[in-house]
Design a protein around this ligand. Structure first.
Ligand code: GUN
Ligand code: FE
Length: 417
């Protein structure tokens, strides 16, 4: 048992933040036991960590990030998806055939993820099993909660990334088997997106999903080009999202669809039916995708939502920044399409980046009793000339906070970073 003191803020729901000013959070066996305004007598003699006036908030969850694209963040940002993929991103991903290159980048990527307070993530690797294996092993060693995918792509891809279908399936099954016993960093099936996946590949992955109870991550209706291309390729599937349903990939584990900007009614039907997460990646969608998710409208339809950095379509690993951008972009979207959109609140966006998406990893993303103590200590958000509430400080952190403001990071009660 340990006690941590500070101003504690977390999401109760998508409309309400819980605020415990000047309080003590008791952590028992990595899990929050309770929050107290004064130290209860029963805890006399328990070790205490005093974070003074600093904020204690839940660690963030990144539901969509490409580890191999880390070296490319902030580059070629004046292109759009098709050109960005073919001219810049695919050539970079080819380099992960070289384990030495992969290890150096993945070491830096994981360090920076932790630096930004992202302690849970759903991650794309590349087609390369050795390199992606290094990434998942590193995350597992650190105890970070993650889903990691070896990418599958076997059509309409550059030669060095275009897999042989049977080899792709065999390597994926081997990859699954190698990490079946992992505790925190687990495998997820990762067909890149419909335009680069054959039907044989998708249905083969569907069989693996069923055999191993595996979830799936992919890109869904992310641009008008991608949405049209997918439906043209698989016209019998009803929608881009329907492709994964028909291939037998859904219903066996988590389902994560990045972007979800141009959903047809059938995309929404499938997403709801399987409890999938639609991931808004605000910076990526303004960089290379050029579209904005209808966040409030999707929430109204009962779609589960989360936030992603989508490095390196996005340029910034900070999920706290994606939280503020989600609020900003919901207003821009409403300005242009007032009939079907409305702004979201800070409470909703914070919930998306913590409790809503954290649910993918069990009880994470909140600091209520029973949740893992995966938490960040935030310093430096107060003013000398006005008194801010802890929730105002949390909001401010999401607008102009930086890694230097994260004073400490706890993963299941253990200090890391
Ligand atoms: N669609 C297919 N591949 C990618 C990728 O690497 N990034 C993004 N943002 N979209 C994709
Ligand atoms: Fe992506």
């Amino acid at each position: 048992m340990e006690l941590y003191h500070g101003n504690i803020v977390y999401s109760k729901s998508d409309t309400e933040l819980a605020v415990h000013k000047d309080s003590w959070i008791a952590v028992d066996d990595d899990v929050v036991e309770g929050i107290y305004p004064v130290i209860p007598e029963k805890f006399a003699g328990i070790p205490v960590v005093d974070h003074g006036d600093d904020l204690i908030i839940p660690a963030f969850t990144d539901l969509h990030v490409h580890a191999p694209q880390y070296p490319q963040r902030g580059l070629a940002m004046d292109t759009l998806l098709y050109e960005w993929l073919n001219k810049y991103t695919f050539p970079l991903e080819e380099k992960y055939a070289d384990p030495e290159f992969a290890h150096a980048v993945y070491d830096a990527f994981v360090d920076d993820l932790v630096e930004h307070g992202t302690l849970h993530a759903v991650i794309f690797g590349t087609i390369h099993t050795e390199a992606t294996g290094y990434l998942i092993e590193k995350l597992e060693t650190l105890g970070l909660r993650a889903y990691v995918g070896k990418v599958n792509m076997d059509t309409d891809s550059p030669e060095k990334l275009c897999e042989n279908t049977q080899e792709s399936l065999l390597e994926t099954e081997e990859f699954i088997n190698r990490y079946l016993d992992n505790r925190t960093a687990r495998v997820i099936l990762t067909p890149r997106f419909a335009p680069t996946c054959s039907w044989e590949l998708l249905t083969g992955l569907g069989k693996l999903a069923e055999k191993y109870n595996m979830g799936v991550q992919t890109h869904l209706v992310e641009s008008l080009w991608e949405a049209q291309e997918s439906v043209k390729r698989y016209p019998d599937c009803g929608s881009d999202t329907g492709i994964y349903e028909k291939a037998g990939l859904l219903g066996h584990g988590p389902f994560i669809g990045a972007h979800f900007i141009y959903p047809a009614e059938d995309d929404i039907r499938v997403m709801k039916k399987y409890g999938g997460f639609a991931v808004q990646c605000p910076e990526a969608t303004t960089n290379v995708i050029a579209g904005i998710m209808s966040t409030a409208a999707l929430a109204d339809r009962g779609i589960r939502l989360g936030l992603g950095s989508d490095i390196a379509g996005g340029h910034n690993l900070a999920i706290y920044t994606q939280i503020s951008k989600a609020v900003q972009f919901s207003k821009i979207k409403t300005f242009y399409e007032p009939e079907v959109n409305r702004p979201i609140t800070f409470e909703k966006a914070f919930y998306m980046g913590t409790k809503e998406s954290g649910a993918l990893f069990g009880k994470t993303g909140s600091l209520e009793p029973g949740y893992a103590f995966d938490a960040l200590v935030i310093h430096g958000m107060s003013d000398p000339y006005q008194k801010l509430t802890p929730s105002q400080e949390a909001e401010r952190f999401c607008y102009f906070g930086e890694t230097k403001h994260i004073r400490a990071r706890y993963l299941g009660g253990r200090k890391i970073g």
